[in-house]
Design a protein around this ligand. Structure first.
Ligand SMILES: Cc1cc2nc3c(=O)[nH]c(=O)nc-3n(C[C@H](O)[C@H](O)[C@H](O)COP(=O)(O)OP(=O)(O)OC[C@H]3O[C@@H](n4cnc5c(N)ncnc54)[C@H](O)[C@@H]3O)c2cc1C
Ligand code: SF4
Length: 342
């Protein structure tokens, strides 16, 4: 068993106390939610906080509500099991329940939260190792948080001047496809941004959060009558595994099965979820057919370049982007056809 190093633990009872604990930490604090990502990272020495602020005693961050006017609102401290079991989620956004249920294992989903899932660290098999293992390689850009110009290198993509560790969240691609937004709070106030804006393409610093900022709530707009969303995930073991590729897809069709709006987001291939606008453009204003599905899936696969730092070869993961997009669109086609004939 790897022991935990010492740190100062805060358990605030209000959001204001949590914000103050983060604000007065000189940047050396980490937020702790379910701990399923952070605690392993602390044990492996890839996170070294002086202070940890646990949000588990804040009931205001654990609500799930749905109204047609405001859509779905999920508190960032809701666990993935609570989200998957929510009647509002199952009735109006079943793909979110599917994505939540695909994370890790039932025991992990009992404590893993939505906020933690969206803010989890990026992953790379040259980095998510013990300190001893990493030191044998002499570190890398992310391990030393140094630019390549200071002598640090990337073992996964030698020659690249930044870290390409992969962001494997199961919820983020689908929620971006659903145009979700996140509410953020720190001592300077509150702001709301599109979820897509929470991420930047730098595996060593992939979140755009300001110092001390907490994700408090995620909002998803009300679904349109002919809206269809699907989540697909490739992983080595169904019982428990991170995504090797995942796809979040949201489409609005008219009664003739012509696409009026499409968002296709691919995850686990880069440091951010990637929206494939060229594939969406092929789709919009065209009728869903098998030929069109093939073209859209082909474009999605050709637009992404997976990084060789998780299991399975890059070529296989790239081909599986095509397969997953094709499966997702075929499922939508079959659901939409049944709906239009019923
Ligand atoms: C064996 C195993 C398998 C896993 N498989 C998967 C998988 O298949 N798919 C997947 O997506 N993940 C997987 N994970 C990662 C992790 O379990 C999940 O992403 C989980 O949802 C993280 O949530 P948490 O509440 O435990 O986060 P924590 O570990 O508490 O936090 C994770 C990070 O997010 C930050 N954070 C947490 N909450 C907030 C907030 N409200 N505002 C701002 N920052 C915040 C923390 O500071 C920390 O940096 C796996 C983990 C393990 C150990
Ligand atoms: S992608 Fe490169 S820089 Fe980033 S963690 Fe992996 S080896 Fe290090």
């Amino acid at each position: 068993m790897i022991p935990l190093p010492r740190f100062e633990l805060h358990s605030p009872k209000t959001l204001a106390e949590a914000i103050a604990a983060l604000a007065h930490s000189n940047g050396g604090a980490n937020i702790l939610a379910g701990g399923t990502d952070l605690i392993a990272n602390i044990k492996h020495g890839v996170a070294k906080p002086e202070r940890v602020v646990w949000l588990g005693k804040l009931p205001e961050m654990r609500a799930i509500s749905f109204t047609p006017e405001l859509g779905l609102r999920i508190g960032a401290m809701c666990t993935l099991n609570e989200i998957a079991a929510s009647s509002s989620v199952q009735q109006y956004y079943p793909a979110i329940a599917e994505a939540a249920n695909s994370v890790a294992s039932p025991a992990i989903r009992n404590c893993a939260t939505l906020g933690g899932n969206l803010c989890q660290d990026t992953r790379c098999f040259y980095y998510n190792q013990s300190e001893f293992w990493r030191s044998a390689l002499g570190g890398c850009i992310k391990a030393r948080i140094l630019p390549a110009s200071n002598g640090a290198i990337c073992h996964a993509t030698p020659g690249l001047a930044k870290c390409a560790a992969v962001f494997c969240s199961d919820l983020a691609p689908l929620l971006i496809a659903l145009s979700a937004s996140v509410k953020l709070m720190n001592q300077r106030g509150e702001r709301t941004i599109d979820l897509a804006e929470l991420y930047r393409d730098d595996g060593a610093n992939h979140l755009t959060l300001q110092p001390g900022e907490i994700v408090t709530e995620v909002s998803i707009p009300t679904a349109e009558p002919n809206q269809f969303s699907v989540y697909k995930k490739l992983r080595d073991r169904r019982s428990i595994d991170f995504a090797l590729v995942n796809v979040g897809l949201n489409i609005v069709l008219d009664s003739e099965l012509t696409c009026r709006h499409a968002k296709i987001v691919i995850g686990a291939v880069q440091s951010i979820p990637v929206e494939i606008q060229t594939a969406e453009a092929i789709f919009v204003n065209h009728r869903l057919t098998t030929e069109l599905i093939g073209r859209v899936a082909e474009e999605a696969a050709s637009a992404v370049t997976p990084v060789p730092n998780v299991d399975e070869p890059v070529g296989y993961r790239k081909r599986m982007v095509r397969v997953l997009v094709e499966r997702a669109l075929s499922e939508i086609w079959s659901r939409a056809s049944k709906k239009s004939t019923s």
